[in-house]
Design a protein around this ligand. Structure first.
Ligand code: KG4
Length: 333
């Protein structure tokens, strides 16, 4: 079964075709990051406008690159929540029109479920159940993935997402948006013990997380140093900050896997590209005897293939949408 999927929840427009949920025929992505970099973050109106300009071109490019005809498409999937509402609406409306024009089913896909499914594309043997940590620019969730379409949130950030924290830390250090990769590079070789940052614990909710205190601590440290005319060891700061994020995530994931009795640990989302977090997960999983699954870098960030993959499993579970499908800025998993 060939599914053509669309993704437009933030600043990437994407169209992909995936066969039977696992085989990528094509994965077309148009990133707007450069346009938003001027402003230091995503400007929703610019994002929506760029999606409108790119989506039909990407859809045709995907069909051409896959070497198929429009009639070969069996279903359309679309990321319909959560995200920037104007941006999500572009993908949803285009997908509705495509499904109508091709006379094929329309499958709504939760964006974070898509991030999790990126691992099905990378690891053909991976099947639920497993423990998943989804870490992206807008969400940080610890999830019990009981089945392809049956998931339970064990814990979530109470404020900022991990990716947002990377982006704001990068901004205060004068690094470009999106800041995750530049921080990752700056942290290489930096002394991760030089600066000490807080790791938040939420009383009574061991799997919930919080990153706003960490973000404020970094901003205060940089501003204080600037006011006193003191030099900051930027590499050490990036390394110490990344260690604090990783120390908030990895032990919680290990504890949750232990409590659920799972042997498989999956990491997903843009922040899963971070080299320190990947290494810390690998070391912790090896120590605990868990199998670790992390997507290759190109499938960590937003893409259409992950939506097509999850779309396939949603289709098998009977999920369908009509032409009244709406877009949502927030939605439970
Ligand atoms: O999953 P994603 O592409 O978009 C959302 O669904 O939100 O994640 C984007 C986030 C951004 O905050 C970006 O800075 C972060 O992922 N990111 C990284 C790295 N590469 C991207 N964070 C840390 N280290 C990286 N290497």
């Amino acid at each position: 079964m060939k599914i053509l999927a669309f993704e437009s929840t933030c600043d990437e427009t994407a169209a992909a075709i995936v066969e039977d949920g696992r085989k990528i025929l094509t994965d077309q992505i148009c990133s707007q990051a450069e346009l938003h970099a001027v402003y230091g973050g995503v400007v929703p109106e610019i994002a929506s406008r760029c999606h409108v300009e790119s989506i039909s071109i990407l859809a045709q490019k995907a069909i051409d690159a896959a070497g198929i005809k429009r009639e070969d498409i069996d279903a359309i999937a679309v990321s319909y929540a959560p995200g920037l509402i104007g941006a999500v609406l572009v993908g949803v409306n285009f997908a509705k029109s495509a499904a109508l024009a091709l006379n094929v089913p329309l499958i709504p896909v939760h964006h974070i479920r898509g991030h999790i499914a990126a691992n099905y594309l990378a690891y053909p043997e991976l099947e639920p159940p497993f423990l998943c940590l989804a870490i992206s620019g807008g969400n940080t969730l610890l999830v019990d993935v009981r089945d392809y379409t049956d998931m339970k949130i064990l814990g979530a950030t109470r404020d900022d997402a991990a990716g947002e924290c990377f982006d704001k830390t990068a901004r205060v250090l004068g690094l470009p948006y999106p800041g995750g990769k530049p921080i990752d590079m700056l942290a290489q070789g930096g002394d991760d013990k030089k600066y000490s940052f807080p790791i938040a614990h939420v009383e009574g909710s061991p799997y919930d997380m919080s990153f706003s205190g960490l973000k404020t601590a970094v901003i205060n440290l940089v501003h204080n140093a600037e006011q006193k005319g003191e030099e900051i060891d930027r590499a050490a700061l990036a390394a110490s900050f990344t260690k604090a994020v990783s120390d908030s995530l990895v032990p919680r994931a290990m504890q949750a896997a232990k409590e659920l009795g799972y042997k498989k640990v999956v990491v997903a989302g843009g922040v899963a590209a971070n080299s320190r977090i990947r290494a810390d997960f690998k070391a912790a999983c090896d120590k605990n005897g868990y199998e670790l699954f992390v997507p290759p870098l190109k499938l960590c960030g937003d893409n259409g293939a992950m939506i097509a993959s999850q779309g396939y499993y949603e289709y098998l579970a009977g999920t369908r949408a009509g032409s009244d499908l709406n877009a949502y800025a927030t939605m439970d998993l």
